[in-house]
Design a protein around this ligand. Structure first.
Ligand SMILES: [Cu+2]
Length: 321
């Protein structure tokens, strides 16, 4: 009896929805692509939030609508399911997305139809996090360099401290000529280091013509790649996008990087976890990043700007073949 009632209500809700929009599931799909895919997939595994395949069976429509309309209120009100999900998903509260009730209903309709098409339990394929051991080697090198430089600075201070204990007449002329000598020597050293290391930088000359242009849109908490410009969340429903990128080795790629919400960083890490190239992803700007990755292997793209609680999850794979 209850089932029949629920079904009747659903049919009525569906019919009511239909009178307003032609196809709530289609409207829901567009909304989902704009507002939810940063954190949820349907059948492709967990992202920041849970895989939503089958959510329309796990939860009632009423709960779903209450939850997506104001997730933080549900957690504050100690709703048992909401609190459990909050604990499970790294204590990241799903943001309130200002959804109207009919939008929430459209999303439910979409997830119900999508859930039927794509059963859950597809294995999650999130980017594997960087392993601490791999990072350790580079960090201990940096630590050694830091300690050596610190020791040199300490010795210089000590030497100056001790040498000025007994005041002596200063030969101003000699001091000035020593200063000029040091300045010239330092300039020579810096210019020489630049001349030797600059050609090794992965950045191409700004005038170089890229073999390929890739548009990158960063948002909380994902990177979206496209062959067409993506400048707003609305574009995401319109143009073809990918979440990971494959490029042939040696291609001169021009990344045009922007942000859709707050400022993010776009950092490319090489197969040995070294930072290869980076730029900022700023709303309202396209930052051009010309890079050539000659070495095949699996690279990672990480956000280099703390952008909110899910920042650490903001990473993806870039494969050079
Ligand atoms: Cu970030």
């Amino acid at each position: 009896m209850r089932r029949v009632l629920v079904l009747l209500i659903l049919v009525a809700a569906f019919a009511a929805g239909r009178s307003a929009v032609a196809d709530p599931a289609a409207e829901g799909k567009a909304l989902f692509e704009q507002k939810c895919t940063a954190c949820h997939s349907v059948g492709a595994g967990d992202r920041v939030g849970p895989d939503l395949a089958g959510v329309t069976e796990r939860r009632s429509q009423e709960w779903f609508i209450r939850f997506v309309s104001a997730p933080e209120k549900m957690i504050e009100a100690k709703d048992e399911v909401a609190v459990r999900l909050y604990e499970k998903y790294n204590r990241i509260v799903m943001p309130s997305l200002d959804l109207k009730e009919d939008e929430a209903q459209a999303l439910f309709a979409f997830l119900r139809s999508a859930g039927a098409a794509a059963p859950s339990q597809a294995k999650a394929a999130p980017a594997a996090p960087l392993q601490p051991e791999a990072l350790g080697a580079a960090q201990s090198k940096m630590l050694t360099a830091f300690l050596i430089i610190s020791a040199v600075i300490a010795v210089v201070f000590l030497w100056i401290g001790l040498s000025t204990r007994n005041p002596a007449e200063v030969d101003v002329k000699r001091a000035y000529s020593l200063r000029t000598g040091l300045f010239v020597a330092a300039t020579v050293v810096v210019v020489a280091i630049l001349a030797v290391t600059l050609p090794g930088a992965p950045y191409a000359a700004a005038s170089a013509k890229a073999d390929r242009i890739v548009y990158v849109a960063a948002r909380q908490f994902e990177f979206v790649f496209s062959d067409e410009p993506v400048t707003s969340v609305a574009d995401l429903g319109r143009v073809a996008t990918r979440r990971e990128l494959d490029i042939p080795a040696g291609t001169l790629v021009e990344f045009r990087v922007t942000g859709l919400d707050v400022t993010h960083g776009f950092g490319i890490y090489g197969p040995r976890h070294e930072l290869v190239a980076q730029t900022q992803a700023m709303p309202g700007y396209f930052n051009r990043l010309l890079v050539q990755l000659p070495e095949a292997g699996s690279y990672k793209v990480l956000c280099l700007e703390y952008c909110a609680a899910g920042h650490h999850l903001m990473q993806t794979n870039l494969t050079v073949k």
